[in-house]
Design a protein around this ligand. Structure first.
Ligand code: GLV
Ligand code: MN
Ligand code: MN
Length: 421
């Protein structure tokens, strides 16, 4: 291809990526599962997620893109390449949300990918390789733990059965919710689990404050830090709140807060690199006048160094047992995602795309977990961040600027066009 043709294609694609359309799509998708505070509750495998998938499928239909769905419910939108047998270049993210989530976490990656497909279509630009936008199932892991089960099953990290047998807190099994997801897009052809991918790029809001502080519209992501999850069960005895003397109590709440305090100390990091969170803490039976007999809580902790995660994580059980008082405690590690470094050539591709689009950027690691991390063992992976207001995410107040979403999508467009040939 001549330099002029390449420049023409670049200019045509940049022009065709439409800021207003991209923003409108965020608002339309954000209306599904909308919460009074301006966020969304569109949790994995919920009726709201099914409606979100339907909306995206309608847009895909209008443009003549084809849909497929795999056995664990990952949804794929495909724009054909001139050489359809070549492995596709894939982009995307997730449309499930936290219970009090924002309109951009995940949705941006899917809608940015879709915008690139639409822009290529409207500009009449062909690519050699097919381009696919993935909406991975259950990225958040807030309803069904652990998260990223769709992309993990896709890459073979977990089995199809493991992805389908996970249960939410009410004992509802993912497998039983899946038919509603599939039924939402009956035109999607059922395909097997996993297919070869030439390269994968995921756009996402940063979910932290660094880009906004640096006044930069684009982050070229170099890595994702490791994330380990644990469940802790503290068992005591239920007893009468008004009559039972302290010496006779086995108060699971009291032991659990002692354990939690000791774990905070174990995870203390003067450099503020370890991220340690107890996000769920449930007291049972949850009656004001019953001494709690059971506490269940979760630990999410993260760091860029897997050895540190294994070492500190390996001490959780001993610390918990030492602070359990009269109660019993059980510690279960439910995931141990290692840090992921993105290949240099993929980082360079995104960097070059940002330069070509004329958008200032910085290179940065990701503090949050993403489906890209799961894809990394099976194909070359990269990510593109854009700022979000005050770094707020996993919060209904999450917000981003239309112009930044657009710039990140332009960078994605150029990178995808380069990779797809
Ligand atoms: C993803 O939502 C994460 O928890 O990092
Ligand atoms: Mn996300
Ligand atoms: Mn999230």
């Amino acid at each position: 291809m001549s330099d002029t043709t390449r420049t023409n294609r670049t200019a045509a694609l940049l022009d065709a990526i439409d800021e207003a359309r991209l923003w409108r799509r965020h608002m339309d998708l954000g209306a599904i599962g909308a919460t009074p505070k301006g966020g969304v509750n569109r949790q994995a495998l919920s009726p709201e997620e099914a409606r979100g998938r339907r909306l995206i499928a309608d847009w895909a239909k209008e443009l003549g893109f084809t849909l497929t769905v795999d056995p664990v419910g990952n949804l794929f939108i495909r724009r054909e390449g001139t050489e359809p047998n070549l492995d596709p270049v894939v982009t995307g993210s997730h449309i499930d949300s936290q219970p009090t989530g924002g309109k951009f976490d995940g949705a941006y990656g899917v809608l940015a990918g879709f915008e690139v497909l639409e822009a290529l279509e409207r500009a009449g630009i062909e690519t050699r390789r097919p381009l696919v936008v993935a909406a991975w199932l259950n990225e958040e892991g807030s309803r069904f733990m652990p998260g990223c089960s769709g992309s993990a099953a896709f890459t073979g990290k977990i089995s199809e059965a493991d992805a389908l047998d996970i249960q939410d807190r009410d004992g509802i099994v993912a497998r039983d919710c899946l038919p509603e997801m599939i039924a939402a897009t009956p035109e999607a052809e059922q395909i097997g689990l996993g297919f070869p991918i030439h390269a994968y790029i995921e756009n996402h809001i940063e979910q932290g404050p660094r880009l906004e502080e640096a006044e930069l519209p684009v982050g070229v992501v170099t890595s994702i830090q490791g994330m380990h999850r644990y469940e802790i069960d503290v068992r005591g005895d239920e007893a009468h709140a008004g009559t039972t003397p302290i010496a006779l109590r086995k108060d699971a709440f009291k032991s659990a807060i002692d354990i939690a305090k000791a774990l905070e100390e174990l995870m203390h990091d003067p450099d503020d690199v370890i991220r340690f969170t107890i996000g769920r803490f449930e007291t049972k039976p949850g009656s004001p006048n019953v001494v709690p007999g059971h506490v269940h809580f979760t630990i999410d902790f993260r760091h860029p160094d897997q050895d540190l995660l294994m070492d500190r994580g390996g001490r959780i059980e001993e610390v918990a047992k030492a602070h359990a008082g009269p109660c019993d405690v059980k510690v279960k590690r439910i995931s141990a995602g290692a840090p992921v470094a993105f290949p240099d050539e993929m980082v360079a591709t995104v960097r070059a795309a940002a330069e070509e689009a004329g958008h200032p950027y910085m290179e940065m690691p990701s503090g949050a977990g993403h489906d890209a991390g799961l894809l990394a063992p099976v194909c070359p992976v990269a990510m593109i961040f854009v700022p979000c207001e005050k770094g707020i995410s996993h919060n209904e107040a999450e917000n981003a600027l239309p112009g930044d979403l657009h710039k990140g999508t332009q960078v994605l467009g150029l990178a995808l066009m380069k990779l797809a040939g």
